[in-house]
Ligand binder design. Structure first.
Ligand code: SF4
Ligand code: SF4
Length: 315
């Protein structure tokens, strides 16, 4: 974070204007599609590049409960958000002892459910396996597990996640395959492969193990860029949309919010997106109603990962 501040000195200070006085870009919540919950930051492992700094000891975000999730599902109905999907991320969601009950509460209301997981020991406990099979039976086709596979090469995956991690995740995926679960994969473009190389590598990995996952569908094999916080990035002005021919409606914060439970906080908080869990400015309120406000793109991640994606709008 210190490196990020040094690389972008003077920028990302004022939510309304950029360092050179131009109106800053903003994004309105125009089509809420996904409500995310962070189930808690505890994780069974500690990856080199975890964006939320999860580990076996980081409980900055504590376990959310089924009752708290139900309250937000009630708010979705009350606010008439046209959300179709409830998604869960961590930490490792299956560390949360109420994960099955939480998923069931969401499925019972008719939502599609997406759970991000490393498919390792927490998911493979007997109680979680039993609960997952029961959900799959009761709500066929409504549940997707998105597995983190940083690289299809076991050695490169283990370099991020620790020796033996790939084998454990593969075992989890084989169990999901054998029990008929719908799987997706979250990979990383950290290893200097081109996108085409990455997708070809994942396709071969899926074929080898009989996984029915489309390596060429970006929603089923999601490739995330590495978050290098030391690189200087430009600020995004209101004019950038036209210059880049991009729409604010395509940003994640136009279509989703994330609910978190901070350790020691009196109330849960609703954040603009999943990418900025610790930036106070992106905490929009304690309720969905409060979180309906616009988001000022006042963070380097907004520029680098969401708007520019490698392009430049310095014209
Ligand atoms: S498994 Fe996921 S949540 Fe856990 S440390 Fe690794 S990247 Fe972070
Ligand atoms: S990082 Fe910024 S632009 Fe991207 S989704 Fe989050 S708030 Fe929106």
């Amino acid at each position: 974070m210190k490196d990020q501040l040094e690389a972008n000195q003077g920028k990302f200070q004022n939510p309304d204007v950029t360092a050179d006085g131009a109106p800053r870009a903003r994004v309105a919540l125009t089509r809420p599609k996904t409500l995310w919950f962070n189930t808690g930051t505890l994780c069974n492992i500690q990856c080199v590049n975890c964006y939320i700094e999860s580990s076996p000891t980081n409980d900055a975000l504590v376990y959310i409960t089924a009752g708290e999730v139900r309250d937000f599902l009630d708010q979705l109905t009350a606010r008439s958000w046209p959300v179709t999907e409830i998604a869960f991320t961590g930490g490792e969601p299956f560390m949360n002892p109420q994960m099955i009950e939480i998923a069931r509460a969401s499925l019972e209301r008719g939502y599609d459910v997406l759970i991000l997981t490393n498919a390792m020991r927490p998911m493979m406990r007997k109680s979680m396996q039993k609960g997952l099979v029961a959900l799959q039976t009761a709500f066929p086709g409504k549940l997707t597990l998105r597995i983190s596979v940083d690289h299809y090469n076991p050695a490169l995956h283990d370099a991020e996640r620790g020796v033996g991690a790939f084998a454990k995740t593969l075992e989890g995926m084989q169990w999901l395959r054998d029990n008929g679960f719908r799987m997706a994969v979250a990979g990383r473009s950290i290893m200097a492969d081109s996108e085409a190389q990455s997708r070809a590598g994942y396709a071969a990995f899926y074929k080898e193990h009989g996984f029915e996952i489309d390596a060429h569908d970006p929603s089923m094999t999601v490739l995330f860029p590495e978050m290098d916080t030391t690189v200087e990035v430009p600020e995004i002005t209101a004019d950038c949309w036209g210059i880049l021919n991009k729409s604010p409606n395509d940003m994640m914060c136009a279509s989703s919010r994330m609910v978190v439970k901070r350790r020691g906080a009196a109330r849960l908080a609703v954040l603009a997106c999943t990418l900025l869990p610790y930036a106070p400015e992106f905490e929009l309120g304690a309720t969905l109603e409060e979180a309906e406000k616009d988001v000022a793109l006042n963070h380097p991640h907004c520029a680098k990962f969401c708007v520019l994606g490698g392009a430049s709008c310095s014209a």
